[in-house]
Design a protein around this ligand. Structure first.
Ligand code: ASP
Length: 305
């Protein structure tokens, strides 16, 4: 198991945005073009999300803006360019939560251009938290943009699926995108979106749309977005576990995150977690070998590929 890597960004109560484009392990290094494309995509994502914070916007608007960009970028496993199921289809999951306890999520959507916008619609417009495969009529009522299911499928992902089916390697199945933010009013929010894992059975749902597992936010403690072995993140209730450790044991966000990643490793899982506390530095941590991530403050941005 690779060692746990932890990087910190920002300080005090300053507005802060941290994003990830999925944790996993690369059996072959990214090409030069792939590296440049992922850095450029992360810069676009940070610019979109941080612009919201710089204009005095809310943490939830910032994470939605950032995750939409991540979903549109084919470099990452969410939205356009999502990982494909064993049947070659894209089944997309997303969730959002604000620090005051509002949340919304969708699982198994096939036509929503930006699944995180459907999660937000559930949060803002329904009395519920989670919808599995909402109907086209529900999506229309929520005013969510839909596209043909082929929009999500890229040639690269078709080749990846064929290679995986030829020679399965669980370490390379992973990916997901997410964002956490703290705004000038001291509110935090988190959002996460994924195509799941490469070659997953149709209907399989991971941690991403499950509030408490893949996503959690509380203004008194932390905002959290996860990526990694979904089944283990679910059983560890990973995102909420970071919050609970901070709230109940008084652990720092960094200590709490490493403890949760250690428990995930002990159960044969791996992945990454981004966290922004109500006050203090935010962080990106992973124990999977590789993770795409980036952070932006008023002082500038940093991307890692
Ligand atoms: N956690 C995601 C899922 O299980 C996949 C990942 O982040 O690698 O669907």
């Amino acid at each position: 198991m690779p060692e746990t890597v932890l990087r910190s960004f920002g300080q005090g109560t300053e507005p802060l945005l941290i994003v990830h484009g999925g944790a996993g392990h690369r059996s072959t290094p990214l090409t030069e073009d792939g590296t440049a494309s992922a850095h450029a995509a992360l810069e676009r994502v940070l610019a979109a999300g941080h612009a919201v914070l710089a204009e005095g916007g809310s943490a939830v608007d910032a994470v939605i803006a950032a995750v939409r960009e991540l979903e549109d970028a084919p470099d990452f496993n969410a939205g356009h360019g999502a990982a494909l199921t064993s049947s070659g289809t894209a089944e997309l999951d997303a969730s959002v939560m604000t620090g005051d306890g509002a949340s919304g999520a969708v699982a198994g959507v096939r036509t929503v251009r930006n699944p995180v916008t459907a999660a937000r619609a559930v949060m803002d417009q329904s009395e519920h938290v989670l919808f599995g495969a909402p109907t086209e009529a529900q999506l229309a009522e929520w005013g969510v943009e839909t596209v043909d299911p082929d929009h999500f499928i890229t040639e690269k992902r078709r080749r990846e699926l064929a290679a995986f089916q030829n020679r399965p390697d669980p370490m390379v199945q992973h990916g997901t995108v997410g964002a956490v933010a703290r705004d000038a009013s001291g509110h935090v929010a988190a959002a996460t979106s994924t195509g799941g894992i490469v070659n997953q059975q149709p209907g399989r749902i991971g941690d991403t749309p499950l509030v408490g597992a893949g996503t959690f936010a509380d203004d008194a403690t932390v905002a959290v977005s996860c990526t990694g072995t979904g089944e283990v993140f679910i059983t560890e209730v990973a995102a909420h576990s970071v919050h609970a450790r901070v709230e109940l044991s008084g652990a720092g966000a960094d200590e709490a995150t490493v403890q949760v990643l250690d428990r995930i490793a002990a159960r044969n899982g791996m992945g990454g977690i981004i966290v922004i506390p109500a006050e203090g530095a935010g962080l990106a941590a992973y124990n999977s070998g590789d993770m795409f991530y980036g952070a932006a403050t008023a002082a500038g941005s940093h991307t890692h590929v």
